[in-house]
Design a protein around this ligand. Structure first.
Ligand SMILES: *[C@@H]1O[C@H](CO)[C@@H](O)[C@H](O)[C@H]1NC(C)=O
Ligand SMILES: *[C@@H]1O[C@H](CO)[C@@H](O)[C@H](O)[C@H]1NC(C)=O
Length: 265
């Protein structure tokens, strides 16, 4: 630059020493070239200056972008971190929910099992008292000869004997369980014969009957309810004997008979 200025100075000095005649100066061409060179030099310098300014701006922009980029990276990393933490928390929460669900389910199952077992135990306790066993009997064929006072009537033909309460050996019914029983006796006589019969519990009369008809074969029935303890006995007994005290029975008819049933316990 200094060189160019010195050249310019030299030229202007030379020109000043020459007569003022632009058209005929012997340096005219060189002067013009020099002038253009100087103008170009200025222009170039300006371009350089502008370039420098632009480049500085670009550099600043680049730095800003770089910083921005770093900030973005940091933000993305932080977000990633948060997301991972959230995912981990979600997974562990889901696992806990699953564990809780299965433990709740186990508790429900075991609770219902306990309830069921308690119900079964309670049922077993009350089952025996509330369930009436099947107890009933029906027997016939007493002896038909004269009865004596106090004679126990033994019915030899056993039609039914659920619960095995009746004994055709003794004529007695022994209650297998405690409960309310109903007993009956069906009493038939031939013409002009008597029957004085009672149903007896452990020797005490529950119901008494007298049966008689002068002209016909006739029958009558007596029934009685009685509460029995287990192992208590009931039977039919003659309350007044004699030669014309006779029951009537003829095969295959079902005349005189005795029976009973447990109706509630
Ligand atoms: C799991 O059960 C525990 C104890 O019962 C309770 O404290 C917790 O809140 C439950 N978790 C979920 C996710 O339900
Ligand atoms: C219920 O209880 C019984 C007896 O304790 C046991 O054998 C059975 O496995 C239980 N059932 C369940 C589903 O837990």
């Amino acid at each position: 630059m200094t060189g160019i200025l010195q050249l310019l100075l030299l030229v202007s000095v030379t020109m000043a020493s020459e007569p003022s005649c632009p058209a005929c100066s012997k340096y005219d061409y060189e002067e013009k070239v020099l002038e253009r060179m100087i103008r170009m030099e200025f222009a170039f310098e300006n371009v350089l200056k502008e370039n420098k300014a632009v480049s500085k701006t670009v550099e600043e922009d680049l730095t800003r972008i770089k910083e921005e980029n770093e900030r973005l990276h940091a933000t993305v990393d932080a977000l990633k971190n948060q997301q991972e933490q959230a995912e981990r928390r979600l997974v562990s929460l889901m696992e806990e929910v699953e564990r809780n669900q299965s433990s709740t389910l186990e508790k429900i199952v075991s609770d219902s099992n306990t309830t069921l077992e308690q119900t079964i135990a309670a049922f077993n306790v009350i089952k025996d008292p509330i369930a009436s066993p099947l107890v009933y009997f029906h027997v016939r064929s007493p002896q038909t000869s004269s009865l004596s006072t106090g004679e126990m009537i033994v019915y030899k033909t056993v039609e039914t004997n659920h619960g095995s309460g009746y004994s055709s050996t003794t004529g007695k019914f022994t209650s297998p369980v405690r409960g309310l029983y109903l007993f009956f006796m069906h009493t038939c006589t031939a013409p002009n014969k008597y029957a004085f019969l009672t149903i007896v519990k452990e020797g005490s009369v529950l119901i008494a009957s007298v049966h008689y008809d002068k002209d016909y074969y006739t029958c009558s029935s007596s029934q009685v309810f009685v509460q029995l303890d287990a192992e208590e006995t009931v039977w039919v007994q003659c309350s007044n004997g004699g030669s014309n005290i006779q029951l009537y029975e003829q095969h295959p008819y079902r005349w005189s008979s005795f029976g009973g049933a447990l109706i509630h316990n």
